[in-house]
Design a protein. Structure first.
Length: 275
């Protein structure tokens, strides 16, 4: 799915949900007036206007997404083209956006709007539903994720077992474990180890909810800086405060294995904390 399709899909969902809210608002207002569910006309008008505004807001977001879809048109690449392509991306700036979907999904884009990576939760449907209904419960359930390249081919698999503060293990599609993430009990740091348990680095969060954070290697060199609501150095019209900026340092852009071990952390933490 390219840039245009990504935004059109989001736009259509906003249009449908917004229209459904507006239609339900009209029906609710008429029934409230006919059956006197609400005591006064003024209260009926106030309630219906408040509900209607939320529907109109969603439709407005849909028009905004339609506008963005026409800014950048990226050709779709075939699955076969990815067979010999490295997952390693040397861009120093990337943007991350969420996809409107019941199955939590985040996409990495270049500053110019080209899709680079996709991080998706692939947990069982029951666990997805429980995590959606009961906020925070999914952190204690079995969870699974995949990282795909720009062609849609799965390149990394992430597994988190059920339990309190369970680590997340990272595998190649061959089954080889290359990393695992372990969050500290104080919730302000995440330790990153390789597949053999050797310390690679850590994530230091600016706050408990990880709205912004920095990834360091074992020598305290910065690898990744994640800015919640950050804007790139160019192409401001493509991006808004609902998108996030990832800055990759030279310390990471020259190390392919370390890149694979850490690049999913921005999407993983956004999904984990629903930010």
């Amino acid at each position: 799915m390219n840039w245009k399709e990504h935004h059109i899909k989001n736009a259509n969902r906003c249009f449908w949900i917004g229209s459904f809210i507006l239609l339900g608002d009209v029906v609710f207002g008429l029934l409230s007036w006919k059956f006197a569910w609400i005591s006064s006309i003024e209260e009926i008008v106030l309630v219906t206007v408040e509900i209607g505004l939320s529907g109109m807001l969603l439709i407005g977001v849909g028009f905004s997404q339609k506008h963005k879809a026409n800014m950048k048109k990226t050709g779709e690449l075939s699955q076969e083209d990815s067979n010999n392509e490295s997952l390693f991306i040397q861009d120093h700036e990337m943007m991350i956006k969420s996809l409107s979907s019941f199955q939590p999904t985040f996409r990495y884009f270049s500053v110019d709007g080209e899709i680079l990576l996709e991080f998706k939760e692939t947990s069982k449907q029951l666990n997805l539903v429980l995590g959606f209904v009961i906020n925070g419960l999914n952190q204690f359930l079995n969870r699974a994720f995949i990282l795909s390249d720009r062609h849609g081919k799965t390149r990394l698999v992430f597994m988190q077992k059920a339990g309190l503060n369970a680590p997340t293990e990272v595998f190649l599609t061959s089954g080889e474990k290359i990393a695992h993430y372990k969050e500290g009990m104080v919730k302000t740091e995440i330790e990153i180890n390789d597949g053999k348990g050797m310390f690679l680095g850590k994530v230091k969060k600016d706050d408990v909810l990880a709205t912004s954070f920095t990834v360091f290697d074992q020598d305290e060199n910065k690898l990744i800086r994640f800015y919640n609501g950050g804007l790139p150095s160019r192409n401001y019209d493509y991006w808004s405060s609902s998108d996030d900026l990832i800055k990759i340092t030279d310390n990471l852009s020259s190390q392919e294995l370390l890149f694979m071990q850490t690049i999913a952390l921005p999407a993983f933490l956004k999904m984990k904390y629903k930010k």
